[in-house]
Design a protein around this ligand. Sequence first.
Ligand SMILES: Nc1nc2c([nH]c(=O)n2[C@H]2C[C@H](O)[C@@H](COP(=O)(O)OP(=O)(O)OP(=O)(O)O)O2)c(=O)[nH]1
Ligand SMILES: [Mg+2]
Length: 314
Amino acid sequence: MSERVIEVVAGVITDKRGRILLSRRTPNRDMPGLWEFPGGKREAGETPEAALARELDEELGIRVTVGAPLITVPQQYPSKRLRLDVRHVVHWDGVPRGREGQALAWVASDKLGRYSMPPADLPVVAALQTPDRYLVTPPPGDDDAAWLHALDDALRAGIRRVQVRLPGVPDDRRRTLLQQALARCHRRDARLLFNGAVEIALAAGAGVHLTSTALHDHADRPVPAGTLLAASCHDARDLAQATRIGCDFVVLGPVAETDSHPGQPGIGWTAFAQLRETCAVPIYAIGGMMPNDIPEARRHGAQGIAAIRSLWSG
Ligand SMILES: Nc1nc2c([nH]c(=O)n2[C@H]2C[C@H](O)[C@@H](COP(=O)(O)OP(=O)(O)OP(=O)(O)O)O2)c(=O)[nH]1
Ligand SMILES: [Mg+2]
């Protein structure tokens, strides 16, 4: 593995209609023909903001105001190692043109998946399109109404991705709870993934969340393309398997110590980022995560956080 990390900064340039500017890599460079967010390598001593402003002037002929960070993705390619720092561009002067002979395209956010992009861009696209919080529900105890009420509260607070775990709940009660939870998610345009048997999830019309053990029981993607597939991962082997079977996203951790395992330290952000480098699947950081950890998670290439306690008020 090469040690030198190439620092790259790229911009998300969004027009008034919400379309995002992509630029096509020209035939004489590496990864020719792939679409990317305009930008390039930072030069020695340059801040990310200055580098992005210079690159966008050179490549597109526009003068920009650099805005908030979106995500920084560490990525190991076969011949190089880079960190892709992606910033929103809040304002620009001039009309973007391909000044280096590259094609440009203004793409609606939900159509970004139609463009072939380098692996490091998959987490970037996920950060633009999908939620930064993944709620994992606690067991319902013996009060289903209180559990459903807490789910409603979480949805009202903006949660749009939910993993439902119902360990030890008998079949009939599980079926009813799952249907009621799905109806509530549906009303809020939120997606529900069931952590349990694939057949149960599919029969209910839910997505599937595989445990890190169940993940290795599958040789192929066990659900159709429109059904969400996620998995819990702890190491590079799990991430490779999740990639192989086509998971839409994964959770990775524990990053920090959790209340459920006191005294067991998490892997920390440095190890998290090193694992992130080995794959391109969108990853939520789990283990002791709170909403105010999201910016730090994003700085280490995470989509956001997954949590029980800090995202659930019940
Ligand atoms: N600009 C940009 N580069 C990306 C993205 N995704 C991704 O993997 N990369 C990689 C491709 C390259 O290996 C590296 C950026 O290098 P580059 O060749 O564009 O650098 P540059 O604009 O400074 O151009 P050059 O003068 O070195 O030719 O980062 C992306 O979305 N935007
Ligand atoms: Mg470039």
